[in-house]
Design a binder for this molecule. Structure first.
Ligand code: SF4
Length: 256
């Protein structure tokens, strides 16, 4: 086993960079409504192969907006459930359709595919461009299903208790969910990169270094993330076997 990956315990799939939102705080910058997306069959095959060799405890699908391509999301989570991965997460902004019946159908299919932890991104930033009505419909549909973990997942600016117009608006939006007994996660703190650096820089002290909470040591990788074009580590799952890609990995790049 590659020693740099011996503690690997998590797989992440960035389903697409396409998104229905245009958030001011987005770390990924600008988005389009549709675009390249992950191949669910290749991703499912990778899940099965990696789990056979590594003790993977959790898997996450996210984006962009992953539910622009729900079929690929189902395939990945079915593979994760069949492989015995315990925690199977989805992060979504909840806006992928305006039709109530279609929203209910996707909610049900997600649970049936094995997703057991859904984080719904709602806050002042998302709701500047994402209408709340279809998001509430999706939340209501999920509430009626047997899903072990479902919570709304806000982004906070500066700190969770900071008093600024964005956080105050977020508190207002969250109350729409708490009144329906939908739990709220501790959320995440906005990090100054991408759009956040462009539009919210007045809230950050840029004279001090900011370390992304998502960065990890290239010498001890615990999570790997596959991009919509198949890229992961120094390889591509559409072109090479994932186990070879993992074996070839070095912090400096591909082995000679
Ligand atoms: S923060 Fe999420 S919902 Fe908003 S634009 Fe970025 S990927 Fe889309």
């Amino acid at each position: 086993m590659n020693p740099y990956l011996q503690n690997l315990n998590r797989l992440e799939f960035l389903v697409t960079f396409a998104c229905t939102g245009r958030c001011k705080h987005c770390s990924e910058g600008d988005h389009v409504n549709s675009g390249e997306h992950i191949n669910g069959d290749a991703a499912a095959d990778m899940v099965q192969k990696v789990v056979a060799k590594y003790a993977i405890k959790s898997l996450m699908t996210f984006g962009g907006e992953p539910l622009l391509y729900p079929e690929e999301v189902y395939k990945i989570h079915k593979a994760a459930r069949n492989a015995g991965i315990v925690n199977r997460q989805l992060i979504t902004n909840g806006f992928f359709n305006r039709d109530d019946e279609e929203i209910k159908h996707v909610a049900k299919a997600l649970v049936e595919s094995g997703v057991n932890d859904i984080m719904l991104s709602v806050d002042a930033f998302h709701q500047e461009t994402i209408p709340i009505e279809p998001v509430m419909s999706f939340a209501s549909a999920l509430q009626g299903l047997d899903i072990p973990k479902f919570r709304v997942h806000p982004a906070w600016l500066v700190s969770t208790d900071a008093d600024n117009p964005y956080n105050n608006k977020t508190r207002e939006i969250l109350s729409l969910f708490t009144v329906k007994d939908i739990p709220v996660s501790s959320g995440n703190m906005i990090f100054p990169e991408g759009n956040a650096l462009k539009y919210l820089n007045e809230y950050f002290d840029l004279s001090v270094p900011h370390i992304s909470p998502y960065d990890e040591s290239p010498y001890d990788i615990t999570a790997i993330c596959v991009e919509p074009n198949g890229r992961v580590l120094s390889g591509n799952i559409y072109q090479s076997d994932i186990l070879n890609i993992m074996e070839d990995y070095t912090p400096e790049g591909k082995r000679a």
